[in-house]
Each structure stands twice: as C-alpha cells, then as structure tokens.
Design a protein around this ligand. Structure first.
Ligand code: GAF
Length: 376
C-alpha cells in the first residue's frame, strides 16, 4: 500500500512537483523591481493529492508525524503555524483569488535540503498550489501561480519576500536560466549549459546555521524602500547605473548608501551576465559572480564567515568566479569552474572548512531543470 493510502485510506488522484532554485546572479534585486537570473534545481517538493468535497484540507509530510486538518472557510493569515502554514497559505490565497478548490488530502515529500537557501518554502507553496488547482482540472498561467504563491508567503506566512523564488519554481525550463525583469514582468530563457563549454557550476551548501535571517531580510528590504522614498523613485530599479554617484550623494546615511550601491550595481551585473551568456561567453561571467559576492559582503552585509571562506577558497583553487547565492546569512555558494577543476575546488573547500572547524559542506547537482509540473 502506498504511504498516501496508509494515511488517507484512499489512493491519490495525482502528484505535482515544484523545484527549488539556485540564483546565478541578481541578489536582493527582486523587491527593488530589478533583474534576477535563477535556474531551477533537479531537487523538488512533491505533493501527492486526492480531492475532497467537504471544504477541508488535510496535510501530512513524509518528514513529520501526524496529519494536520483545517477548514478552507476558516483560513486567515497566520491561522495555521509551522511547516503546514505553507500548504495552508497556498489554499488560502487560491480561495481569496476566487478559485473553487473544494478540499483535498495532501502528502508532502521533499528531496530539497531545507535551510540551505534553495527556496524550499517557495517550492512548497508552488507545489501545493498546482496540486490544489490540478485536482480541479484548473490550469492557470505559471507566472500567476508564482504571484499568488508570493502573496501567500507575504500575507499568510508573513515573510516579506520578493518574487524571484516563486517565478523560478514555476517558470524555469530545462537547460536554461530564467532572465526575469520584475518591473516589466517579462522573462527570457537563456541557454545555460556549462558542460558544453567544458565548465561546471558547483553549488556548495556551507551548512551555516541561519542567524537572524528573517529580521535581517526585512531590515534590508526596509532600507531599500526608505532609500527609494528619499530619492523620490518608486523603487531602486529607477536609479540608473550612470546616475549612481549622484543618487548616493543625495542620501544622508552611509549604511543606506551602501545598500543602494549594492542594488544598483547588482542590477547592472545581471544585465552584463545575461548579455555574456546570450553571446556564448560563459567564462566571462565568472568575474561578475565574484564582484556580486564582494558587494553582498561589504555593501549589503549579508554574508557569514562560512560563505566568505567557501568563496575565497574556491577562487584561490582556480574558480573563474564564485559568490554566495540566495537570501544570505548561510545557505549555499556557487562557483563557476573548469570542469577538470571540479574535484580540486571541492576538496580545497572541504579542507578549508576542516581547518576552520566548520561543519563539513556538501555539494549539489546544479543541472538546470524544468519548473513545476504534474508528474502522475
Ligand atoms: C530570498 C527571497 F525569498 C527572494 O525573494 C530574494 O529576495 C532572495 O532572498 C535574495 O535575492 O530567497
């Protein structure tokens, strides 16, 4: 008997997956109406589901004991806590948006490491949303699902995240990076196949305990919004790279000035990286990764020693470029390396971590993978 049938006493009607992501470049730019360039990972959240008609949703997780059940009609922001807040938030937002989702039994499984900054929260929201819609035969624009998932995370869970992770989970395609312009709400699929150029993209989970992540993320977002207000623009995207010095001179606070410098230069780096990748010059993207890390470390101040040691060691061992990826304060680094240097760089990072008495890092398969879909 399947695990689903053991829990719910019935076979599922289907299963839906939504992947995690790694962002190549464009960090903390999404909530500034900027540009991002993520890929989806092979690792995903899988939601197996059967329909119910009694207005109730039950959720179970292969990683947790027990079943949590709630009435759709009773859902209100924050009404379900802990991990089940994400599936509850997906159900809440679909209902708010007017979708008749009836009720469901859900089983959540994951091979996405949580706490590694690979966006397992967005993947859980997206996988639940496509499952709840799919059970009713409803197919809506993937970008719309992403927007709804972001709304659920902002309003139901209470995390002030941008739109990158949900868009990556919904809209990425195999073999491509997603060049997403948040202000224009346009996407381009840029071919991304490091192996074809004799290269490899390493993703290393530095296993750093997340420290104050939520509060620090909200503080960075607030500083950016305050700066935009001070400069009289709707979002920092409106500050042109060529006008950066003028804009910085108009800001009174040195910390805010550095936050702005990160955002404006990072948006320019995404433009440059996208153009280089389109031109087939992937090797030349390496220095942009490194410049992004320096900016995140010195101007945005969201790195931790594990991230800095991993990046510095990768570069010293011959990486073409390396940077922290994701929200910061832990998570993963990415490094662009000659394929032949993969083992050398990974070993160097492991040795450096041992020398610093850091937890042993792990590496992940970074094959650019497709966005959310029904699997059975
Ligand atoms: C987190 C957020 F969820 C994203 O929206 C984005 O801001 C990212 O941090 C930083 O680029 O993953």
């Amino acid at each position: 008997m399947s695990r689903f049938a053991e829990i719910y006493g019935t076979e599922p009607d289907g299963a839906w997956r939504a992947p995690g992501r790694v962002n190549l470049i464009g960090e903390h730019t999404d909530y500034n109406d900027g540009l991002v360039l993520p890929i989806a990972l092979p690792n995903r959240i899988l939601v197996t589901a059967s329909a119910r008609t009694d207005g109730k949703v039950a959720v179970a997780s292969s990683g947790q004991d027990g079943v949590i059940e709630f009435e759709l009609a009773d859902l209100a922001p924050g009404s379900v806590k802990d991990w089940a807040a994400y599936p509850a938030g997906a159900a809440w937002v679909l209902r708010e948006a007017g979708y008749d989702i009836g009720g469901a039994n859900l089983l959540v499984e994951s091979d996405l490491p949580s706490g590694a900054g690979l966006s397992s929260s967005a993947a859980l929201l997206c996988a639940t949303a496509v499952a709840l819609l799919g059970l009713r035969g409803l197919e809506i624009d993937p970008a719309e699902v992403a927007r709804l998932a972001q709304r659920a995370e902002n309003q139901y869970v209470g995390a002030p995240v941008g739109l990158m992770d949900q868009m990556a989970s919904m809209c990425c395609t195999a073999g491509h990076a997603l060049y997403f312009d948040i202000r224009a709400m346009t996407t381009d699929q840029i071919p991304f196949d490091p192996a074809a150029d004799g290269l490899a993209l390493l993703v290393v989970d530095v296993k750093a305990p997340h420290r104050h992540v939520d509060g620090e993320y909200a503080a960075r977002r607030k500083a950016c919004e305050q700066a935009a207000a001070e400069l009289g623009v709707p979002a920092l995207r409106s500050v042109a790279f060529d006008d950066l010095d003028d804009a910085l001179a108009r800001l009174s606070d040195d910390v805010v000035r550095r936050r702005v410098r990160h955002v404006v230069t990072e948006i320019r780096r995404v433009e440059d990286a996208g153009a280089l990748m389109q031109a087939g010059r992937l090797r030349d993207v390496g220095p942009l990764f490194t410049a992004s890390h320096v900016s995140l470390r010195d101007d945005f101040e969201i790195t931790v020693p594990e991230l800095d040691v991993a990046v510095d060691t990768a570069l010293a061992a011959g990486a073409l470029g390396a940077r922290m990826t994701g929200g910061g304060f832990g998570g993963c680094i990415i490094a662009l390396v000659e394929a032949s240097a993969t083992a050398t760089v990974l070993t160097a990072i492991e040795q450096a971590f041992a020398a610093h008495s850091f937890t042993k890092p792990t590496s992940l398969d970074a094959t650019p993978s497709p966005g959310a879909s029904r699997v059975s």
